[in-house]
Design a protein around this ligand. Structure first.
Ligand code: ADP
Length: 541
């Protein structure tokens, strides 16, 4: 049996102990640097503290940290310590690939020169003025790429032995990660600042709330629209905010909607008309990766000028419609006479006459809609009688049977039990319902499904018509009930007045209109009507 060489064993043991000690020292140094640099997310602070910590741990006299500027493709000196001259205020910039730093970056390796004697060719020759005699440079990595260079310098030749260089290599990545985090944080902060500038500059009012409805953000435009002091409202629950109660109640109602829904509506104040879109903020939890509602964003637009333009437009149209009605009647009568006069023997002339008749009929539809609107808005000939709304809906659905059959649509009627009788203008309520049903048949695809339903809630009866048609983008929803507004493409014929008529009818009966729709998921158009509109009852709104 070979006796182990005691001396050699002892020697190996000593080497091992030294290695373990060196590793422990190295780990201690990395920990120390890591603990120091992770204390701040300010990039300038992190640069300075990181460099100080590295020099302390390694015991070097001078050092520098350069970062890569991807845009200008340069390595830029961002921190220095122990250098005779200032190279940071007017930073030293070295183009990619040049000098010693070029070597570090392109080869992704440490560069050590323990004998700088002033004869080296440098990317920045003035660096010789610093009179350093030794330098070691290590690439710093973060998120799988080089983000800069950590350098140490000495005034002594041969200052950096392999142990020091190994230590520099180990701490470089720790510093790199801390700097990258700080840079990321700064970029995020910059983006936040840019966003803040955008939402403060926009003409639309923006309010954000948390899940409990507490205001977390309100921009200048919103503060102006609601005539409030933005700063004093931060943290205030929306229900306590000193804004117009009618707007506040509508907002609170919208905020109670199920998450993920966008709500769009208009609020008519005495001096202003506001268009409001409420959207819930959905974020993915970083803990369980489940999406949940984190609050709401309210976008408010003052569209009073639209209303003013609308009033002028309607006055003009009303006058024009009256004036057009008579000549059109004459033209229609003449064409009909001509049709009879020509007889079936001249099909080409009859086809031309039919084209003319179609055009006149469409023009008459438009004029009739306009006049309907005028009549309902002014309450001409409105007569309130008591009737059964469910029966009226069935009658209306029966009237549109030919339209349903044409497109192979099905229409079901749902009515809640024990519906109170309504006192209203039966003719106008039917006209409004027919407009909803007409649209549902017009905008759906063959074979689609329509449902008309009615139910009561407090003093109001609800009438809704749902379809599984194309739906309407949320941006268009708040304008649908405006006169002449058409969201659909022009292939579907219409005047853009049908919904404005429904709105006027509902408002004349102490109610309002609403729409719930998502693109490609169908639409529900609804109106509310006070069921007791007898003269003794006091209408709301
Ligand atoms: P129109 O004469 O254009 O039908 P309306 O006032 O009745 O005028 O409707 C206004 C717009 O609302 C329509 O042009 C269409 O874009 C949209 N719309 C109404 N009802 C529906 C529906 N059921 N599905 C999809 N879009 C609809």
């Amino acid at each position: 049996m070979v006796q182990p060489d005691i001396q050699s064993l002892l020697h190996q043991n000593r080497l091992l102990t030294e290695e373990v000690k060196r590793r422990i020292d190295q780990l201690g140094a990395i920990n120390m640097v890591a603990a120091t640099v992770s204390q701040s997310l300010d990039l300038d602070v992190t640069l300075k503290t990181a460099l100080r910590a590295v020099l302390d741990v390694i015991g070097a006299e001078a050092g520098g940290i350069s970062l890569i500027d991807e845009k200008s493709r340069e390595v830029v000196l961002r921190a220095q310590q122990g250098w005779p001259h200032d190279w940071v205020t007017q930073p030293m910039r070295i183009p990619f690939g040049q000098g010693m730093s070029g070597q570090v970056i392109t080869r992704d390796e440490l560069v050590v020169d323990n004998d700088l004697d002033g004869t080296e060719t440098l990317a920045v020759p003035q660096f010789h003025n610093e009179k350093f005699r030794a330098i070691a440079m290590a690439p710093m990595h973060a998120r799988g790429r080089i983000i800069g260079i950590l350098s140490i310098m000495s005034n002594q030749r041969d200052a950096f032995n392999t142990e020091i260089v190994a230590l520099l290599k180990s701490v470089a990545d720790t510093v790199g990660i801390a700097l990258d985090n700080a840079r990321l944080y700064e970029t995020t902060a910059e983006q936040e600042e840019r966003l803040r500038a955008i939402y403060q500059a926009t003409g639309e009012g923006i309010i954000a709330t948390d899940l409990q409805g507490r205001i977390s953000l309100i921009n200048h435009a919103a503060a102006t629209i609601f005539d409030v002091n933005a700063d004093s409202l931060i943290g205030t629950p929306l229900r306590d905010a000193p804004i117009n109660p009618r707007v506040r109640d509508s907002l609170l109602h919208a905020l109670s909607a199920s998450s993920g829904e966008k709500k769009s509506f208009q609020v008519n104040l005495d001096t202003k008309l506001l268009s409001i879109v409420v959207t819930s903020i959905i974020i993915e939890s970083t803990v369980d990766q489940i999406e949940h509602n984190d609050g709401w964003v309210i976008v408010v637009q003052d569209i009073t000028h639209f209303r003013e333009a609308d009033i002028q437009k309607s006055e003009f149209i009303r006058a024009a419609a009256h004036d057009m009605k008579n000549p059109l009647g004459v033209a229609l009568g003449s064409l009909n006479l001509l049709n009879e006069f020509i007889g079936p023997d001249d099909p080409s002339s009859q086809e031309l006459i039919q084209l003319g008749l179609n055009g006149i009929n469409r023009l008459q539809d438009l004029i009739n809609d306009l006049l309907h609107l005028e009549q309902i808005e002014h309450g001409y000939g409105v007569s309130m009688i008591e009737f059964d709304l469910h029966a009226l809906i069935q009658e209306a659905v029966s009237d549109i049977k030919p339209l349903l059959a044409e497109k192979n649509l099905t229409c079901t009627v749902e009515a809640a039990d024990s519906l109170p009788k309504i006192t209203a203008d039966r003719r106008w309520v039917k006209r409004a319902l027919m407009n909803y049903l007409d649209n549902a048949t017009k905008y759906t695809e063959p074979g689609d499904q329509i449902t008309a339903r009615t139910y009561a809630n407090g003093p109001l009866l609800y009438v809704e018509v749902s379809d599984n048609g194309p739906g309407i983008p949320v941006e268009a929803q708040s304008r649908l009930f405006e006169r002449f507004y058409r969201a659909a493409d022009d292939r579907v014929k219409g005047t853009g007045l049908g919904l404005a008529i429904v709105k006027s009818v509902a408002e004349k009966h102490g109610g309002g209109v609403f729409v719930k729709s998502q693109a490609n998921k169908g639409s529900t158009f609804g109106m509310t009507l006070r069921w007791d509109n007898s003269p003794a009852a006091k209408p709301v709104g």
